[in-house]
Design a protein around this ligand. Structure first.
Ligand SMILES: Cc1cc2nc3c(=O)[nH]c(=O)nc-3n(C[C@H](O)[C@H](O)[C@H](O)COP(=O)(O)OP(=O)(O)OC[C@H]3O[C@@H](n4cnc5c(N)ncnc54)[C@H](O)[C@@H]3O)c2cc1C
Length: 209
């Protein structure tokens, strides 16, 4: 497969060598599958470019955050898109509205460290919290052992900015989350991403009850 067309417009990295393909052939699961290539996008335009390239060439893409999934979610035979490196910023915190807008690859523990001085935290307590990233939590609808109290990731998701294979930037609103939060007067979270993902938090005061 010739990746030169993709490489010529790509600001990030595109790897087709065996070492990278072998490294990305596994995740935390028992599965192993060699991808054709591995991309590390630098920005939204890179993500758009790799989706276009995959679409034009009939290839699949495998978005990858921390790779801690245990059912083979981030292995595949197409192009692995490693978003973990360049999409880790908090974009906006609205304390009054109780929502936060972030890039997809903020690590869960880092998000909660950021929120702690504001007396807030993100409820779902996935046990891989020191490395799992928000977009991976959205992809898996992750939760933790107190999910009956804190809910799972989708319960907190307000919005996702995502590219789909039609290569249009979409804003997906989670009506279920929005409505339940309005009804319960929960804190809200607004998430904006380059590929797919989201986050949210609630009042610590409420969670302590
Ligand atoms: C020891 C261990 C304990 C675990 N405990 C829990 C637990 O308590 N609760 C729980 O729910 N899970 C648990 N997991 C599973 C896993 O750690 C979590 O689901 C975690 O949230 C996944 O995050 P990640 O960043 O590793 O995502 P990844 O594994 O990288 O990706 C997860 C999914 O999201 C998709 N994705 C990631 N980023 C994007 C993006 N930008 N755009 C589009 N799609 C994207 C991927 O394609 C994949 O389908 C555990 C795993 C292990 C190994």
């Amino acid at each position: 497969m010739d990746f030169s067309a993709l490489k010529s417009n790509f600001k990030g990295e595109v790897f087709t060598d065996n070492i990278h393909r072998i490294i990305y052939a596994t995740d935390a699961s028992a599965y192993r599958e060699m991808p054709l290539a591995v991309c590390v996008p630098m920005d939204n335009e890179d993500i758009r470019a790799v989706i276009c390239f995959a679409h034009d060439n009939g290839l699949s893409i495998i978005p990858r955050a921390s790779g801690t999934s245990i059912a083979g979610q981030v292995v595949g035979n197409g192009i692995v898109v490693d978003v973990s490196k360049n999409f880790g910023k908090v974009l906006e915190l609205n304390e009054e509205g109780k929502w936060i807008r972030i890039q997809p690859c903020v690590v869960l523990d880092e998000l909660n460290k950021y929120l702690a001085p504001h007396n807030l935290f993100f409820g779902p307590e996935t046990s891989t919290s020191n490395r799992c990233m928000i977009s991976g939590m959205v992809g898996n609808n992750s939760c933790g052992s107190h999910s009956l109290i804190y809910g799972s990731t989708r319960d907190h998701l307000l919005e996702v900015n995502a590219y789909c294979q039609m290569v249009r930037m979409l804003l997906l609103e989670n009506y279920r989350a929005r409505n339940s939060m309005q009804n319960a007067n929960f804190s809200r979270l607004r998430a904006t991403y380059t590929a797919i993902s989201a986050v949210c938090f609630r009042k610590r005061r409420w969670l302590m009850k």
